[in-house]
Structures are given as C-alpha cells and as structure tokens.
Design a binder for this molecule. Structure first.
Ligand code: ATP
Ligand code: MG
Length: 128
C-alpha cells in the first residue's frame, strides 16, 4: 500500500516526463482517512493520471484535494481533448476498476466533461 503523499511524488515525475504541467491544490497529508481508503485513493489517482497521459493530449493536470466535514473530495482535472462520446466504460478497464474499488470503501466517482476531463472522487471520512 502507499500513502497519497508518496504516490503524488511518482505522479509528479510521471507528468514531468510526459511534459504535462502539474498543479497540486490542497494538503495531501490525509488525517481523516483510513489506510485502506488512502490506498484506494492512490490507485484511483494513478489510473486517472495515466489516462491523462495516455489519452488527453493535455497541457496541464491538476490534483485538487478538498476535505469537507464528512468526506474527502479529490479531483483530477485536465485541459485535454475530453473523453470521446462512447469511450466512457467500453474501451478499457481503468475507469470501471476505479468505480468498483471506490464502492468497496463506500466512495464514488463522477466524470465531468468540461474543458477537458475532470474525474471527481469522493470518499467518506473515517473519523467524524
Ligand atoms: P486501461 O485503463 O484498461 O488500460 P483505457 O485507459 O483505454 O484502458 P479507461 O481508463 O477505462 O480505459 O478509459 C476509457 C476511455 O476513456 C479511454 O480509452 C479513453 O478513450 C477515454 N479517456 C479516459 N480518460 C481520459 C482523459 N483524461 N482524456 C481523454 N480521454 C480519456
Ligand atoms: Mg485507463
């Protein structure tokens, strides 16, 4: 398993190698999240960023960490070409796998198609 903070170091290097700008908003040192949930989050962010590198043709990728009173919301936002119409759950296993792992920790995921793609991940706080 891996802490989000450590995973973000790899992600920063991965995006740099792909010549995509990396922006981090919020604090990756999680204090209200169980280890299992943090592991699932790390895996999901890794897959989302891999998708940005593989598919989006983006110039920049932002990871936005937003704690609320009851949940932790993490967004992976790119300014690329967006997900083509039918590709959402049919072409690969990445998005589907993220959704299944998040369900396992009572989390969920939304895919927002705006200027590019934003993956919105929500997990509950472990200690309220
Ligand atoms: P796998 O993850 O199984 O290796 P994959 O990356 O093709 O394969 P998914 O991660 O499920 O599969 O993504 C499904 C499809 O959605 C992709 O094939 C791609 O067309 C599109 N996609 C996903 N993320 C992005 C993104 N950030 N920008 C543009 N298209 C995307
Ligand atoms: Mg993928």
């Amino acid at each position: 398993g891996i802490r989000l903070e450590d995973e973000l170091v790899h992600i920063q290097q991965f995006l740099a190698a792909a010549e995509i700008d990396y922006v981090l908003q919020g604090n990756p040192k999680l204090s209200n999240t169980s280890l299992i949930t943090e592991n699932v989050l790390s895996m999901c962010i890794k897959e989302a960023v891999t998708n940005v590198v593989k598919h989006s043709n983006a110039q920049s990728c932002a990871i936005i960490i937003e704690p609320t009173r009851t949940d932790l919301i993490i967004k992976v936002k790119d300014d690329g070409t967006g997900i083509p119409g039918n590709d959402l759950y049919f072409k690969g296993h990445g998005l589907q796998g993220m959704r299944e792992r998040l369900e396992f920790v009572n989390g969920c995921m939304d895919i927002v198609r705006d200027e590019g793609t934003t993956i919105v991940i929500k997990v509950p706080n472990a200690f309220k």
